[in-house]
Ligand binder design. Structure first.
Ligand code: 1WB
Ligand code: MN
Length: 372
């Protein structure tokens, strides 16, 4: 099974990580061995957690709620003691072990984010409280290792008013680099007017919103229930791709023309659909009152990352489709192993200037990361 294979790989990198002594020493080493030819790498979809969120997810997954996310959450947070998930310690380590894996693979930075489903399975009070705590912890990690970590702020869309307050604190006080929202919240999507204050705030702060997957919402869950299809194998992409199309066809970008949305996993299949979206979703059709075609919104208002899609053909296609300035490299740590993700970008058959943009330059621009 897929996850088992990855868990083995994950466990292997955790073991190698444990063999390296002292994160600071290894950071120094990697600085001194840096050469002009080395490709600087800022990885942009790198998951972490904190014990308080892990404990709250453990509780939520034990309830009778038949949401599709509970299966996956149970596997990680309610694993049987005799078969613990190796992912949990990797998620909770925002320090030495993670830095060691980065050092071994010459990864310069992780843009950290609280792992899916974030705080979006909790009620508004708990979600808001835990988002604040997670943002504090991620900001602390960035302060401890400012050249190695940057961070996205978790948003609790359950209470848009309090979310906007926390978004302001996250950017202006904690100096985090953007926001992450794990697709739907209680089966509602960000084009709903109740969420517009969140979009308006992100646009005003010039801070991008990363829409990360969670399992498909209840209304489209049924066909995903067999074969574990709700996971990263297919359900994640369908959920976020659908979310992105809702934003484009729902007129969100006419209202917020400077809003930047980031999608992982090579654009969650949307780039492949742009021609058909333009044909069927063309504003010249009376049914489509929007100002622009979907492909025009996609180029203007979206950026994508390569997380978990190490396919040079797909990379080349996406660069052609949405422009090299809108593609960023990512690992998807700890769900994907670091070494092949690094090999994927190092060996990409593209011009060096483009590689520099994808490996770090675009992330530094879009997420306001102070370079070096
Ligand atoms: C997986 C991937 C599971 C991600 C996750 O659980 C998250 C998986 C929260 O591959 O099974 C992810 O972030 O891509
Ligand atoms: Mn991910």
């Amino acid at each position: 099974m897929n996850l088992d294979r990855r868990e083995v790989i994950g466990a292997m990198s955790a073991l190698t990580a444990a063999a390296v002594v002292g994160a600071d020493a290894t950071a120094e080493q990697s600085k001194s061995k840096g050469s002009a030819a080395k490709l600087r790498k800022v990885a942009t979809e790198e998951a972490c957690s904190i014990p308080e969120v892990a404990a709250a997810l453990q509780n939520v997954a034990r309830t009778a709620w038949n949401n599709l996310d509970t299966k996956l959450v149970n596997r990680i947070y309610n694993a049987r003691p005799e078969a613990p998930s190796p992912l949990l310690p990797m998620l909770l380590d925002i320090d030495a072990g993670r830095l060691a894996v980065m050092d071994e693979n010459d990864v310069d930075m992780h843009l950290l984010s609280l792992t899916a489903p974030g705080v979006q399975m909790f009620d508004a009070d708990l979600g808001t409280e835990l988002a604040t705590l997670a943002n504090d912890r991620i900001a602390e990690a960035v302060r401890r290792h400012p050249t190695r970590f940057a961070g996205l702020a978790t948003v609790a869309p359950q209470d848009p008013k309090r979310a906007v307050k926390e978004m302001d604190r996250a950017i202006n006080t904690l100096k985090l680099n953007g926001f992450i929202i794990n697709s739907h919240t209680n089966n509602e999507y960000l084009d709903e007017p109740k969420f517009w204050p969140i979009l308006e705030a992100a646009e005003a702060m010039n801070a991008a919103i990363y829409i990360h997957p969670r399992a498909p919402s209840d209304g489209m869950a049924a066909p995903f229930r067999d074969y574990r299809m709700e996971t990263a194998v297919w359900g994640y992409g369908m959920e976020v791709g659908t979310h992105a199309v809702r934003l484009m066809l729902g007129g969100v970008f006419d209202r917020f023309p400077n809003l930047k949305i980031v999608l992982g996993h090579m654009g969650e299949a949307v780039p492949f659909w742009l021609w058909r979206l333009d044909f069927m979703g063309n504003p010249s059709w009376k049914l489509r009152p929007n100002k622009l075609k979907p492909s025009e919104y996609f180029k203007r208002n979206f950026a994508i990352t390569t997380s978990g899609v190490e396919d040079h053909l797909a990379l080349g296609y996406c660069i052609d489709r949405i422009g090299v300035d809108n593609v960023m490299w990512a690992i998807d740590y700890p769900y994907q192993p670091t070494t092949p993700a690094v090999a994927f970008i190092d060996s990409a058959p593209i011009a060096d200037a483009d590689k520099q943009k994808i490996a770090h330059g675009n992330a530094e621009r879009i997420f306001h990361i102070n370079c070096c």
